[in-house]
Design a protein around this ligand. Structure first.
Ligand SMILES: C[S@@+](CC[C@H](N)C(=O)[O-])C[C@H]1O[C@@H](n2cnc3c(N)ncnc32)[C@H](O)[C@@H]1O
Length: 274
């Protein structure tokens, strides 16, 4: 079915194909999505009704991990699979603590990149947005914004929040993560969140089915598989844990899902290169 084309939709975008980036924007309550995105997102939420809360929990991990890394002296970030601009983008979180922080955002979704280029600039020119597929690390790392903004001879904070579950086994996620690990300097960090099939395998299967019709398919993994993605990194305490247990803010509001980790079905971890 063809849906009316919103005036803001760039001509080169296929608005009929649900996009993982725009569906995520819908879960987060954003406004950059088309009818086909909303339809499939609604279908997903019939399988995973808690998805809006889960998405916010993932953004919560992003926020805490960025603050942790800035506290550890990180002043440059590579945000892979950065998504649609939203409240609390990486450079905003980091620059609140250190205004000199530099950030490169990378996403494969053309709408996320177009909006990122419009909204993620900072006055000092310390942010850049790259349109690239993170599964091609050589291409990503060769982009001018990466060379101009990041000094890879110094520690960098690499973020892969809610994106590795869009890298299927055929694309060798361990190899992809390892390629970034191998080019960053000692003292660098990697933060991830990842959907897991550990708690509700039947739901995970149904959820994967829905995303067969999206731009990127989703792959729920076990805790062991997710931990293996961080091979070569020393895990920062508390290790690979349920997202809400990764260094929670002591003054956070009560958990909207009563701390039920099964309903979150997602792990978080931060690793450090020694
Ligand atoms: C669930 S969203 C997460 C966005 C953001 N990291 C966050 O936590 O809010 C996943 C994002 O990863 C992007 N993505 C998926 N596969 C990708 C790939 N191979 N290369 C780059 N971006 C990718 C999607 O376009 C989408 O914007």
């Amino acid at each position: 079915m063809n849906h009316p084309r919103p005036r803001w939709a760039p001509d080169f975008v296929d608005i009929e194909r649900p996009s993982a980036a725009r569906m995520y924007d819908y879960y987060l309550g954003g406004s950059h999505h088309f009818t086909a995105d909303r339809r499939l997102a609604e279908e997903y939420m019939r399988v995973v009704p808690d998805m809006p809360v889960i998405a916010r929990a993932q953004r919560g991990v992003l926020n805490r991990a960025v603050r942790f890394m800035v506290d550890e002296g990180i002043d440059q970030f590579l945000d892979l699979g950065s998504g649609m601009p939203t409240t609390g983008n990486v450079h905003e979180i980091a620059q609140a603590l250190n205004p000199a922080v530099r950030t490169v955002y990378v996403d494969v979704d053309p709408v996320a990149v177009a909006h990122g280029r419009a909204l993620l600039r900072d006055e000092a020119g310390n942010t850049g947005v790259v349109h690239a597929d993170l599964r091609d690390p050589d291409y990503v790392l060769a982009q001018p914004e990466v060379g101009e903004l990041l000094d890879l001879s110094r520690p960098v904070g690499v973020l892969m929040i809610a994106v590795l579950h869009f890298v299927g086994d055929a694309d060798q996620p361990k190899g992809v993560v390892g390629a970034y690990r191998d080019v960053v300097a000692p003292g660098s960090f990697l933060a991830i969140t990842h959907a897991t099939s550990d708690y509700r395998p039947a739901m995970a299967k149904d959820a994967e089915e829905v995303y067969l019709r999206a731009s990127h398919q989703i792959h729920y993994r076990s805790r062991r598989e997710i931990a293996e993605l961080l091979d070569g990194y020393e895990l920062v305490q508390p290790g690979v844990v349920d997202m809400i247990h990764w260094r929670p803010d002591p003054d956070a509001d009560p958990d909207p899902l009563d701390g039920d980790v099964r309903r979150y079905s997602g792990y978080a971890a931060v690793g450090r290169i020694r």
